[in-house]
Ligand binder design. Structure first.
Ligand code: COA
Length: 143
């Protein structure tokens, strides 16, 4: 396995990235939406193995105070080999200097992020566009 990393969005086929998120799985993300959100993210990390897109993630950041990691996923064929850890480490390196680096994990992935130094936030809150679904999927707790 010889992994090539890039943050150059010109290298990304948005249909291929959308397929990665579907299979990872991290949900259905339309190719055009991915182009928009990755384009609007200060930092990104995309991994290729012989031209095949096998991992990706991004961080929204303001350059000083807050950075927010999103859309971290590794292709199932490559999971469990340290690629997710490398992906997050790359994003964290780019976010260095921010006073806080925040994310919310897919339920069940908290341990993955805990190994990388993340800790639960006592007061984190969110408004999801579909609050009912967010409750059902375990992202929100009752007020
Ligand atoms: C979560 C994900 C990115 C992890 O990537 P990965 O390449 O499989 O993880 P790694 O092999 O780098 O694992 C790094 C460490 O985390 C541990 N780990 C991985 N998944 C874990 C989990 N769900 N819970 C606890 N620990 C976990 C590994 O055992 C490994 O431990 P070690 O350092 O002691 O060896 C990957 O499983 C994935 O893409 N899942 C689907 C999409 C998703 O849920 N993304 C997260 C969005 S919040």
């Amino acid at each position: 396995m010889s992994i090539v990393w890039t943050d150059d969005l010109a290298a990304v086929d948005w249909n291929e990235l959308s397929a990665l998120y579907r299979i990872a799985p991290l949900g259905n993300k339309a190719p055009a939406d991915l182009a928009l959100v990755f384009g609007n993210s200060m930092f990104r990390a995309v991994a290729f193995d012989e031209g095949r897109l096998i991992g990706a993630g991004r961080a929204l950041a303001d350059g000083r105070d807050c950075a927010h990691l999103c859309d971290v996923a590794v292709h199932p064929d490559y999971q469990g080999r340290g690629l997710g850890r490398d992906l997050v480490a790359r994003l964290l390196a780019r976010c260095r200097g921010h006073r806080k680096i925040i994310l919310y994990a897919v339920p069940g992935k908290e341990g993955f992020y805990a190994r990388l130094g993340f800790r639960g936030m006592a007061t984190a809150m969110a408004i999801f566009d579909d609050q009912v679904s967010a409750y059902r999927r375990g992202y929100l707790t009752a007020p």
